[in-house]
Design a protein around this ligand. Structure first.
Ligand code: HEM
Length: 418
């Protein structure tokens, strides 16, 4: 058994300010080099937890849903009161077998084969946004490209009308604020519930929930050919989803399909500027396109972590983990694990594809449902930027999203020319 000094970790990995300048690579490298697991102490952001920073350990946790639960405790660092846990939960907060039954309701729409049906819509959206950006000679890459494309794609797929897309962007922005240290207005979006009962402790979750309840009632009254109707009429164990279950599902899809891909697209712009030579390689050899997408997603690690709760005493990486302990899988660290990725901080579109990164999760039941869709969106965007021969240059201050959960970019001004 490894015994190590478990003094307070510097920096505090739970503090949103730790990520203000991006992923704290040096701190993670130190943790990866430390034998066993290192404990982040209890603090204002939530209970203490074991940090899982190496790729092999992360994969072991991710694939063992019996020992490491998503349903007990909470999958984010801040704790959730037990009496409200069920009311806030969506499938990502549940364990098999109920998780499996819920995921089956939507999984067929996201298979690698099925997502090919959306390529036309993805291309149209990318073309429109790049036309507008080019015509203006540049602008905020986040507002003009990275934010509207993923929300447009996921909303179209679900059946949310185009006129509501801006509202969805606004509400998901506010959801993320729940993972920052910002004080939220409890009454925003007409919220009447205590914030602790709402996902992300955010009043925007109330807004999303109300929107979803209305959508369900509309779809039941007037069925359409969309995922929102499919979810409204689908049955689990002979029963339809309740309004609350439906609303949680809706919120998960909107958040997961939007914020993450947006973040990867924002980081893509930075790489287009910092590593133009790597993209010249892709332009010269189209076979490198998929590798470029994987490298963007690995570097972005849009979701920094997910947390699990140990269901039994166990040993992980030589460290004793007790039943009830919190274990945090740091995707943002494992994606730079020098044991797997040579020169991990380098941006290399020709990097071997095996082993893969874990930005979409370390495998197992919860592996990202939208990974194929996100890959298509990113590949189409890279291909179109290269096809047009666009050159991006920095044009102002970059603002990051203050969060201990997402590696987001709020604003990224660029100049664009051919
Ligand atoms: C670059 C973009 C994306 C990244 C980095 C990403 C990342 C992740 C991660 C880390 C997880 C948790 C995996 C685990 O616990 O094993 C996840 C789950 C999930 N993702 Fe994504 N995601 C992305 C895009 C999308 C898109 C476009 C959708 C569209 C629907 C989506 C839907 C989901 C859903 C529904 C889950 C929960 C799956 C479950 O609990 O079974 N994601 N994603």
């Amino acid at each position: 058994m490894t015994t190590i000094e478990r003094s307070a970790v510097r920096p505090d990995l739970a503090d949103p300010a730790t990520y203000d300048a991006g992923i704290p690579h040096e701190a993670f490298a130190t943790l990866r080099a430390t034998p066993g697991l290192v404990r982040n102490p209890d603090g204002p952001w939530g209970s203490g937890f074991w940090s899982v920073t190496r790729l092999d350990d992360l994969v072991a946790v991710s694939r063992d849903t019996t020992t490491f639960s998503s349903a007990v405790g909470h999958i984010q660092i801040y704790d959730v009161d037990e009496d409200v846990r069920d009311a806030r939960a969506s499938m990502i907060d549940l364990d098999p077998p109920i998780h499996t039954r819920l995921r089956r309701l939507v999984s067929s729409a996201f298979t690698p084969k099925h997502v090919q049906d959306y390529v036309g819509d993805v291309r149209r959206r990318i073309g429109d946004r790049l036309d507008a950006l080019e015509a203006a000679g540049g602008g905020d890459w986040v507002a003009e490209v990275a934010a509207p494309i993923p929300i447009g794609v996921i909303c179209a797929l679900m059946g949310v009308p185009e006129s509501d897309h801006d509202l969805m962007i606004e509400m998901t922005d506010h959801l993320v604020e729940g993972t920052s240290s910002a004080e939220l207005d409890p009454g925003a979006y007409g919220n009447t519930k205590p914030l602790r009962e709402l996902p992300f402790n955010s009043p925007a979750a109330f807004g999303v929930e109300e929107y979803a309840r209305r959508a369900r009632r509309d779809r039941l009254a007037e069925p359409r050919d969309d995922l929102l109707t499919q979810l409204a009429v689908a049955e689990v164990d002979g029963e339809r989803l309740s309004e609350t279950e439906y609303a949680r599902f809706f919120q998960l899809m909107i958040f997961a399909g939007n914020e993450t891909t947006r973040s990867a697209m924002a980081h893509l712009a930075t790489h287009l500027m910092d590593h133009a030579d790597e993209f010249d390689r892709v332009r010269a050899d189209g076979d490198l396109l998929d590798g470029a997408v994987e490298e963007v997603v690995r570097h972005a690690s849009p979701i920094l972590y997910f947390r699990r709760t140990a269901m039994a005493d166990t040993v992980l990486a030589g460290t004793e983990v007790a039943a009830g302990d919190k274990v945090v899988m740091w995707y943002a660290s494992a994606n730079f694990d020098e044991a797997h990725f040579a020169d991990p901080l380098a941006f290399d579109v020709g990097r071997p594809r095996v082993p893969g990164h874990v930005a979409f999760g370390g495998g197992g039941a919860h592996f990202c449902l939208g990974a194929s869709l996100a890959r298509i969106e990113l590949a189409e965007l890279v291909a179109e930027v290269l096809r047009r021969g666009l050159r991006l240059r920095p044009a102002g201050e970059v603002e990051t999203v203050s969060s201990n959960f997402v590696n987001g970019v709020a604003r990224l001004p660029v100049e664009v020319s051919r």
